[in-house]
Structures are given as structure tokens and as C-alpha cells.
Design a protein around this ligand. Structure first.
Ligand code: AMP
Length: 493
């Protein structure tokens, strides 16, 4: 019996990990070439997910949908396919998936016909009560077509007894919990939703008279749209006839955007809270330097994730910044690979030591974060093999000790190095001469907040503190068995 329960638990773990998606969303209303503009927006958001992409459009009469595995540039690059996506209204999605089977049907946007008309939904984030809701919906007779938590939202919208689509959306949103940013396309409107804490990002832009909703401002820049503002936490924006209406159905809450967007996730040129992510990351490097002065010959970033922090670090201490590692740009992000074995191979595929620059040098190696330690372990070894005298690793964020449940792909606690090892044990594991992390105070200062402020915490920072603003109901609850049978069905596809 115990063995059986363990097998079920293992299956459940795989099932849950499928739900964790980072992803990028884009939507544009009332404009010619909506599908091409959406493809460009998704291309700018490619760093948020490379597994699959999709676009749904509406031409006033009918919806059109195209979904593909792989990159936007490889799939939405032909006039023929963009022409098939007719209409002046479009939404799109880049999918990031962690492990397990991956089927075309899990690629978004999703589409549903409701009694108020069709609706397309693109979602970035992760619902923390989706298994619970899904079980209830299945008990009530709902049939699920995908393993994605986004379908739960679609089903809730379709099931709502309210008459107007926007009311159906509000109905659905009231039931879901977690971190989410949604862009939806109805027959009359473009709708954007950001979760009550604003954990996942969503911004508003304008191109001529048309509104744009997207995950990051870099997707506005690519199409020449102007940044208007962020969608506020807990806000729903309804865009109809080139007018934007703001709806705030939730009791007001303090905004707590995800700190990992600042540290790693957002593209460096995207604006977060008034500054580019690049500037925030340079500040993380400056705070790291203030806390950890060191006598070294050169400062070397782990490209590209450590570039900005290393520059801030080097400039603050007036040290030489050198590219001691060269990156092959034709390899995706290391994390994208599904298994640990392939993942560690990926580091070698991606980076190589720049030999003459590092030979006999005392190096400070800077990265944005340390998760499983795979990257640092490989790189430190690589630098020593190429002749480095000393390698001191400095990480521009605090120790990651707790997993994420709101849409960022972090492993379980068991795999998080800092959750299980002391600083000196980690240092020994990665083979460095010394190792330092930025303090939580330093991280807050770098991003422009103060931990002593009564408003603290101004960010969702559970990675370091274990304090989760939204309880992960599915993780804690007893809602899992129904899902396991579903897992068996879908994994055969
Ligand atoms: P690790 O090699 O497991 O220690 O992971 C750290 C490396 O992965 C760093 O270079 C980060 O830039 C990168 N990283 C951190 N978090 C994520 C994430 N959620 N998705 C993809 N890459 C990540």
C-alpha cells in the first residue's frame, strides 16, 4: 500500500510540474495586420517560453487559430499563415513547459464557445487551486481537453450563469487563486486581468488608437506602441471601441509583484516599476558589491543572466569587467531541457571559457541566481580548467530556499541547493574559492524598496523567505486523486 501511495505521489509531482508555466501573453484590438503585430510581440517575448506559440484572431464574424511547437520566428514568419489569421483583433501566447508530455492541445490561446459568444484566453502564471476547482468541475460533468490550469478558467467562464461575457469573466476570476495575467478576446472586446497581488506582469500600450495588452514593455517597443501603464493588481481592463474601462472587483490589496521578474525573468530592456530590468539588475550588482568587497583581477558575468549585475558590481568597485565566458547564442535557456542530465549538458553546449582573458586571474564570477547549482558547478570547473587562478562566486540575489507556485519554474525544495546545504557546503559543491549571496535587505534596496518600511513586503519574495501571499491550496489540500486518472489519459497522447 505504501509503495502504491508513493507511486501516486510521484505521478502527482509530474502532473503538477506540468502546470508550472512562465509564458508570455500579447493582445491587440482594432488594428489592421493584428496577427502580424501579435507575432512580432510574441517574438519580443520569446525569452518567456520557447516550447510553443499560438495566435487567435477575430474578424467580426469568426475566430481563427493557429498553434505550433517551437519558436515564433520559425512558425509565424510567412505571409500565408498570417493571412489565414484574419481580422483586426488578436491575442497570442508563448508557452514554457517544464517536464513531461507536451501536446499541441496544451498550447494556448485556448478557445471556448459560451452562451454569450466565443472567447479566446491566453494565460501567464499558475493557479494554486486549479486541481481543487478542476475536480469540482469534473464532478459536475465538465470534460477537460488539456492538462493546463488555464482550461479551468475557460470552463469557469463557460459555466457562469451571468449574461454578459465580462460578468462571466469576473465570476470565474473570483473563484481562482494564484498568480496570473490573462489576455482574452471576446466578440466585442479585448480583456486583461491581473491577479489581486499583481504577481504576474501585464502592461497596457497604445498604437495609434488601438490598445495593446502584454506581459512586458519590450513587446510594445517592437511594434512601436507607447507604454501607457501597468494593469494594476486585481484590475480587469475592458477594451471596447478603442475605449478602456477599468474594473476592480476585488477588495483592494497591496501590490506585490514577483521579485523574480526583476532578478531574472523580464527582458533587460523591459520597464518594471519605472526602471528597466537592466537598471534594477545593475543595482542588484551594486548592492552585492557594497556587501562583498573583494580584491580580484577581473569581474566575469555568467552570460547573459549575470551581465547587468556583474557590470554594476564591477563599476561600483572600479574593477575590470571582462567577458571570461562566451555564449553560443543558438542554444535555448539551460532550464528548458527536461531532465537533469540533459540540463547539465546544456551548460557546456551554451558556454565556453575565454582562455587568454582568464588565465592566471583571480576572478569574481557573477550570476543572477543559484537554483540547483548546475550552472555554477559546471562554469567554475570550466574556468579552472582554462587556467583561472581563483574563482569567487557571487550571486546577485539571496539564497533560494522555497519553491514557487505562481508560474515560475523552480524545482521542489529537495532540489533547491540552498534549501539543503549551508553556504560552505554549496561553495564546496560548486568548487569555488568563496561564495556569497546578496542579502534580502540588499535586494529590496536595489529594487528601490525598504524592508523597514511599514509597507514591507512590497514584493512576492517567497523564494527567499517562505512567505507565500496566496496559499498553495493544491499543494496542501487533499484534492489529488481524480487528477491522477486524468494524468494517465493525457500522457498517452
Ligand atoms: P542552476 O544552474 O540550477 O543553479 O540555475 C541557475 C541558473 O538558471 C542561473 O544562471 C539563472 O539565470 C537561471 N535561472 C534561474 N531561474 C530560472 C528559471 N525559473 N527559469 C530558467 N532559468 C532560470
Amino acid at each position: 500500500m505504501k509503495k502504491h501511495i508513493n507511486t501516486l505521489k510521484k505521478k502527482l509531482k509530474n502532473y503538477n510540474s506540468k502546470l508550472n508555466e512562465e509564458c508570455g501573453v500579447f493582445g491587440i484590438s482594432n488594428i489592421e495586420d493584428a496577427s502580424a503585430l501579435t507575432a512580432l510581440g510574441l517574438h519580443a517575448l520569446q525569452h518567456r517560453g520557447q516550447e510553443g506559440c499560438g495566435i487567435v484572431t477575430f474578424d467580426g464574424k469568426q475566430y481563427y487559430s493557429e498553434k505550433r511547437f517551437g519558436l515564433v520566428g520559425d512558425n509565424f514568419n510567412k505571409e500565408k499563415i498570417l493571412k489565414r489569421l484574419k481580422g483586426n483583433f488578436a491575442i497570442g501566447h508563448n508557452r514554457y513547459s517544464t517536464t513531461g508530455s507536451n501536446t499541441l492541445r496544451n498550447i494556448q490561446p485556448f478557445f471556448a464557445d459560451t452562451n454569450a459568444g466565443g472567447i479566446g484566453v491566453a494565460h501567464n502564471g499558475n493557479l494554486t487551486n486549479s486541481i481543487y476547482l478542476r475536480n469540482k468541475l469534473v464532478e459536475d460533468g465538465a470534460i477537460f481537453y488539456t492538462t493546463s490550469d488555464t482550461e479551468t478558467i475557460v470552463q469557469l467562464i463557460a459555466k457562469s450563469k451571468r449574461v454578459k461575457t465580462i460578468d462571466k469573466v469576473v465570476d470565474a476570476i473570483f473563484q481562482v487563486q494564484g498568480g496570473y495575467a490573462l489576455v482574452m478576446l471576446t466578440q466585442k472586446s479585448l480583456i486583461g486581468v491581473r491577479d489581486p497581488y499583481g504577481i504576474r506582469p501585464l502592461v497596457i500600450g497604445k498604437l495609434k488608437n488601438s490598445y495593446v495588452l502584454t506581459s512586458e514593455t519590450c513587446a510594445l517597443d517592437i511594434i512601436g506602441a507607447k507604454f501607457v501603464r501597468e494593469v494594476e493588481n486585481g484590475e480587469i481592463v475592458l477594451i471596447e471601441n478603442d475605449k478602456l474601462e477599468s474594473i476592480k472587483p476585488f477588495p483592494p490589496k497591496k501590490a506585490r509583484p514577483c521579485v523574480f521578474e526583476y532578478i531574472y525573468f523580464a527582458r533587460p530592456d523591459s520597464i518594471l516599476n519605472g526602471k528597466t530590468a537592466y537598471e534594477h539588475r545593475k543595482n542588484l550588482g551594486i548592492e552585492l558589491a557594497k556587501e562583498n568587497n573583494i580584491d580580484a583581477d577581473i569581474v566575469v558575468p555568467v552570460p547573459d543572466s549575470g551581465n547587468a549585475a556583474a557590470l554594476g558590481f564591477a563599476q561600483h568597485l572600479r574593477k575590470n569587467y571582462e567577458h571570461g565566458l562566451i555564449r553560443n547564442h543558438y542554444v535555448g535557456r539551460t532550464f528548458i531541457e527536461p531532465s537533469q542530465k540533459i540540463r547539465s549538458l546544456g551548460v557546456k553546449l551554451k558556454l565556453n571559457a575565454n582562455q587568454t582573458t582568464i588565465k592566471n586571474k583571480k576572478i569574481v564570477l557573477i550570476d543572477d541566481s543559484l537554483v540547483r547549482g548546475t550552472t555554477s558547478h559546471k562554469i567554475v570547473k570550466m574556468l579552472y580548467e582554462a587556467g583561472a587562478k581563483e574563482v569567487h562566486v557571487k550571486i546577485a540575489c539571496p539564497e533560494i530556499r522555497y519553491p514557487d507556485f505562481y508560474g515560475v519554474d523552480t524545482p521542489t525544495r529537495k532540489e533547491l541547493l540552498a534549501a539543503n546545504k549551508t553556504n560552505s557546503e554549496i561553495c564546496e559543491y560548486i568548487g569555488a574559492k568563496s561564495l556569497n549571496f546578496l542579502s534580502i535587505d540588499g535586494m529590496y534596496r536595489a529594487i528601490g524598496f525598504d524592508r523597514r518600511n511599514e509597507n514591507y513586503p512590497q514584493l512576492t519574495d517567497h523564494y527567499f523567505t517562505g512567505e507565500y501571499p496566496v496559499k498553495p491550496v493544491d499543494e496542501l489540500g487533499d484534492n489529488k486523486i481524480t487528477q491522477l486518472s486524468l494524468l494517465n489519459t493525457t500522457s498517452n497522447n
